[in-house]
Structures are given as C-alpha cells and as structure tokens.
Design a protein around this ligand. Structure first.
Ligand SMILES: Cc1cc2nc3c(=O)[nH]c(=O)nc-3n(C[C@H](O)[C@H](O)[C@H](O)COP(=O)(O)O)c2cc1C
Length: 216
C-alpha cells in the first residue's frame, strides 16, 4: 500500500496536493448555494462542504474559503441572511461545475450557465429550478478556522422542498431516487446507488436491514 507522510504532503506540487487532499477524505455533498444581493443580483456557486449540523433545531453548515478575495456567496449571506442549498442532479453536473468560475459580482451565474432561478413562498434567495431537493436557509453564526483562514457558516433550515415520491414513511429521503450526485475531490462527480439501509445499531444485536433482498 502506498504511504505518504505529512513531510511529503508539504513539499508536493500545489495542484497534485490539492487533488490528493481534496479526495482523500471521501465523497462529499454536492450542492449549489444560491443567494441574492441587496441590489437584487442573484448568484449561484457549487459547494462541496455543506454538512448536517443537527436535526433539532434543524441546522447545516458550510465552509467558505478565505475572504482575501471577494466571495459573492458569503457577502450576500452577510448582507441579507438568506441562502438556498440545492442538490446537484446528475443531469446538471456541467452547468453546476461552471458556477465555480469567478464571475464579477454583478454577473449572475444563472444567466451564464443556463441554470434557472425560481422564487418560492416569498423567500428572499432564489432556488435552482432544476434541483430535485432544495433548502431555504437563514444565517445564524460563523466560526473562524484560524489554522487556514476559512470560515464555518452555520444556518437554520427554514424550508425543505422535494418530490414526495423520494420520501420513505419514516421521513428519510432516498437520494438515489432524486438523482443527487456526490463530489469526488474538486472536479469528479459520481452517482451513488443505495446498497442497504439498517435499523439503529445496538450493542450485542445483529444488524438488521430495512429491505428484503427483492426490493433493495
Ligand atoms: C466541486 C467544487 C466544490 C467547491 N466547494 C467549495 C466550498 O465548499 N467552499 C468554498 O468556499 N468554495 C468551494 N468551491 C469554489 C467555489 O465554487 C468558487 O470559489 C465560486 O467562485 C464561489 O463563488 P462566489 O464568489 O460567487 O461565492 C468549490 C468548487 C468546486 C468546483
């Protein structure tokens, strides 16, 4: 098995290290964060750091890169408090990836990529029409990660939208039925398929599947 030490990581060529370190922690969530500035300019960008932070209250977080250059997503959230998180669907991976390009603040990635913005229930921030699962979120707080100048933004989940067919009776959303993709590194998009789902694990009890073999 190949072994790489911290000393070797430090001396690696920059892009090689970026690709290695971005992929070695596993698959990441694939989302588009959409916002609207106070002046009414919409913005949408791909983020792979959106993660669950707690279910009661319903919260999520994401990491934003250092603010040494303009970050339209972060600036719009700070100015308005609102943003949406939109799952990247298998049919929109090219358009979603293009949102990472550095467009000026007054240029909407919606127009440049062909993604459509949609406004639901008077929420300030736009949703991505093509996404099958979308969340309306409100800024709560931010935490500085001093070691690399990044920020963890924490938000409450105010709205959830999805097609009813992907929800199981116990609340769980079956993401492969929604066509939601996952990110491998910074530029690889994969489509996972469900292997199994298990009941709550208890010491000394055999792991029990939710599904019988035929309806997996
Ligand atoms: C697959 C992928 C994942 C990304 N994830 C993040 C992320 O989690 N945090 C971040 O700050 N930037 C991330 N980026 C970079 C942003 O998409 C990029 O900086 C974008 O231009 C930000 O747009 P904004 O300035 O409009 O906010 C990612 C880029 C790609 C291609």
């Amino acid at each position: 098995m190949k072994h790489i030490s911290a000393r070797e990581i430090k001396t690696m060529e920059k892009i090689f290290r970026l690709n290695l370190i971005n992929s070695c922690t596993g698959y990441k969530s694939a989302n588009l964060i959409a916002t609207k500035s106070k002046n009414g300019n919409s913005n949408v960008a791909v983020f792979s750091s959106v993660t669950h932070m707690g279910s009661n209250p319903a919260m999520l977080g994401f990491v934003t890169r250092p603010l040494s250059v303009a970050r339209n997503t972060y600036d719009n959230i700070k100015a308005t408090s609102f943003f949406t998180v939109n799952h990247i669907h298998e049919k929109m991976i090219e358009k979603a990836h293009q949102t990472a390009a550095k467009y000026d603040e007054d240029i909407s990635e919606f127009l440049k990529t062909g993604l459509s913005e949609e406004y639901l229930d008077d929420f300030h921030a736009p949703y991505v029409k093509q996404s099958e699962i979308k969340l309306g979120c409100k800024y709560l707080n931010e935490y500085e990660i001093k070691e690399n100048d990044t920020l963890l933004v924490v938000a409450s989940i105010e709205h959830i939208y999805f097609d009813e067919g992907i929800q199981m009776p116990d609340g769980w959303l079956r993401l492969d039925d929604a066509g939601t993709v996952t990110v491998n590194g910074l530029d690889g998009y994969s489509l996972p398929s469900l292997l199994d789902r298990f009941h709550y694990a208890r010491p000394g009890q055999e792991v029990k599947s939710f599904f019988s073999d035929e309806n997996k």
